[in-house]
Design a binder for this molecule. Structure first.
Ligand code: ATP
Ligand code: MG
Length: 643
């Protein structure tokens, strides 16, 4: 048991929205690798070799099955994935995508891709395109159902007037600070705005003039008239429109008022006839507002029944990364990484470039499951999913990452023979390939030492090892430069020990090292990527999480979650230390390596296991047949030590 496994951590959402009697009854816990694997084996029967996991039972699948049984939606299953186009998708979004598209797919339904583009200041087409690409990369298809919240601006406006006309909305002219001050607290009710009793006529007039651009930003907001005394702050007359004299990436300058998230989201779902609106737990307290808005409009005959139902699940929290968009943007903007698709970034474009696989993410989603209480997933769980998937799909190749010469003194100069290596040890149908063997080879520098530690079975003067797929050689010494660095290791070989011949088994040696013919090896750039942060909880007061610490995660809330009753979206940053101090300085190393000839022709994004090293992918952007570039996706085994 590692020190942080027992940690009890409050969900960040508790800090802002407290009227949640049934939220997160169980304290969040870190789920570690073995637990996750065990759970998945029980829940899903997932094979350990990366075969597609059989869907296991979970509460979302149960709800959908039940609704189909009772014919609640006439047999329809329509879900949606609603990203805000203000950044690139991250690992957490993969969970949401897999859930939403997966549920639809399993039930013959559809899943809509809907951009929640209600904030003109932060949204860009660049992000929209990248989001669509990532959803496709994960293997999903929205089948023509690609929508934007901005498609509904006319309806949203019309409905807002309807709310005003029915005495259910009013224009508030208090300042943001005044609204904050009268919002009340978790234990105290809010106070009615002095503008709450404006007449319908005055409200309509003001709202139309807001739309016509007569007022500056912040002069007024439109609020629903619900209940300032509600124990749920989200029902205390939430703002639904604000003035923003800003150009929108799709609607241009057509609007200078923009609808806020809760209002927009509920109505967008209903207009699209969504059946199951699945979102993360922090929206649980927004559900009464979601239902209020849609119910009122349905009562008024503005929306069709049956209305969508919102269902919450626990978001994916991962150790050793940050998943808040604000921080991801900072990492990119300040140059701590090489862009959004840097393989160390926990974005889906980064994952792709890292060589992670869509199937690995699906395996993760199954292993982690869905629940209604917050937990932390150890990064090793994700890495294991990628390993398990890559192990099944990646062909084996040889690369020497830190090369030093090995000369077989008794091997004839100029001679060459082919050793044969299987492309995949468990899949003989993938065939074998030839590895040219010559007198001068490249081996790993650390496969030779003059002073072997206990248990070292590789090259050391007098010791014998097998050159994988070749011969047994005996080390006879080494040459060094003036500084004492080994430049050439010498050995002799025993011609009767060639692999695959009867002599191969005559002698047993413990060491088995890989090598490349110096005359045939191809130079390659190999980028060794590792975890971006060196601690599980970057920025937390105790980044190793050994203390109970409500702010341990340190991730600020998504910005729109902080928008309550006219507040402008200020994220709440609960970090205790600067998360940038926890960056792993070793997260990227660039090596000049040698790879076997067969790798020179690798296609971009082709994935391999480099024997004894890990899983690698030919870089999506920089790899060229003549100048190969490989990225390390993940090591062969978990090598992260825990203090
Ligand atoms: P931010 O990244 O700024 O914190 P956000 O993650 O909510 O905000 P959106 O683009 O609005 O960003 O998210 C789209 C969908 O993805 C939402 O339904 C959201 O609930 C879901 N989602 C976001 N983060 C996670 C996560 N870590 N795990 C699971 N689902 C997530
Ligand atoms: Mg969101």
């Amino acid at each position: 048991m590692t020190p942080w496994a027992a940690l009890v951590r409050m969900p960040v959402a508790h800090i802002l929205f407290m009227n949640k009697p049934n939220m997160s009854a169980a304290p969040p816990q870190i789920v570690e690798r073995d637990a996750a694997k065990g759970a998945s084996a029980a829940a899903s029967g997932a094979g350990a070799n990366g075969d597609a996991p059989a869907p296991g039972a979970n509460f979302l699948r149960a709800i959908v099955a039940d609704d189909l049984r009772t014919d609640k939606y006439g047999g329809r299953v329509v879900t949606r994935f609603p990203p805000e186009p203000n950044g690139y998708l991250h690992y957490g979004h993969a969970k949401s995508i897999i859930l939403n598209f997966g549920l639809a797919e399993e039930n013959g339904g559809t899943c809509h891709l809907r951009y929640d583009d209600t904030n003109p200041l932060k949204e860009e087409v660049e992000f929209e395109d990248a989001i669509a690409e990532s959803v496709k990369w994960l293997g999903y298809d929205w089948g023509g159902h690609r929508y934007h919240a901005s498609d509904y601006y006319d309806d949203l406006y019309r409905f807002a007037e309807w709310f005003i006309e029915h005495g259910l909305a009013y224009v508030d002219s208090q300042s943001a600070a005044e609204m904050r001050a009268t919002r009340g607290t978790l234990t105290e009710p809010g106070l009615d705005s002095p503008y709450r009793s404006r007449s319908i006529e005055e409200n309509l007039d003001l709202f139309r003039r807001m739309r016509a651009g007569e007022f500056p930003d912040g002069a007024h907001v439109l609020r629903l008239k619900i209940d300032m005394g509600s124990p749920n702050v989200n029902l205390r007359d939430p703002s639904i429109y604000r003035i923003r004299h800003a150009s929108h990436h799709r609607t241009g300058n057509a609007w200078c008022i923009y609808p806020l998230y809760d209002y927009t989201h509920a109505i967008s779902d209903a207009l699209e006839r969504i059946t199951h609106s699945i979102c993360t737990l922090e929206f649980q307290d927004h559900r009464p507002l979601y239902d209020w808005v849609n119910e009122k409009l349905a009562e008024g005959g503005m929306l069709a029944r049956p209305l969508p139902q919102q269902i919450e699940f626990a978001r994916l929290n991962l150790t050793y990364v940050v998943l808040s968009k604000r921080r991801l943007i900072e990492l990119v903007d300040k140059g701590f990484v090489d862009g959004w698709d840097d393989p160390r970034m926990p974005t889906l474009v980064g994952a792709r470039r890292r060589g992670f696989t869509p199937e690995g993410f699906r395996l993760l989603a199954e292993r982690v499951g869905v629940s209604r209480s917050d937990s932390w997933i150890d990064m090793s769980v994700l890495e294991d999913c990628m390993r398990d998937d890559l192990n099944a799909r990646a062909q084996r190749r040889i690369a020497v990452l830190d090369p030093v010469k090995l000369v077989i003194d008794n091997y004839p100069e100029g001679q060459s023979e082919d050793a044969e290596a299987p492309n995949h040890p468990q899949q003989p149908q993938l065939g074998r390939r030839a590895l040219p063997l010559t007198r001068d080879l490249w081996i790993e520098r650390d496969d030779y030492t003059e002073s072997p530690p206990k248990g070292y079975f590789r090259l050391t003067p007098g010791a014998e090892v097998r050159l994988r797929y070749g011969y047994i050689v005996k080390c006879v010494g080494a040459e060094k430069d003036a500084a004492g660095n080994v430049t050439v290791v010498h050995c002799t070989y025993d011609p009767s020990t060639r692999s695959g011949t009867p002599g191969a088994d005559a002698r047993k040696v413990k060491g088995n090292i890989h090598w490349l013919s110096a005359a045939h090896a191809v130079p390659a750039e190999v980028r060794i990527y590792d975890r971006l942060f060196k601690v599980p909880f970057p920025g937390a007061r105790n980044p190793w999480g050994t203390r109970n610490d409500a702010a341990a995660a340190g991730d600020p809330l998504p910005e729109h979650h902080a928008v309550v009753a006219g507040d402008d979206d200020e994220g709440v940053d609960v970090a205790e230390r600067n998360y940038l101090d926890d960056l792993n300085p070793e997260s990227k190393r660039v090596l000049e390596a040698y790879v076997e000839p067969a790798l020179a022709g690798a296609a971009r994004e082709e994935r391999f296991q480099f024997e004894r090293h890990g899983y690698f992918v030919a870089d999506l952007a920089d790899h060229e047949p003549g100048t190969p570039v490989f990225n390390r996706s993940v090591t062969l085994r978990d090598s992260w030590s825990k203090p």
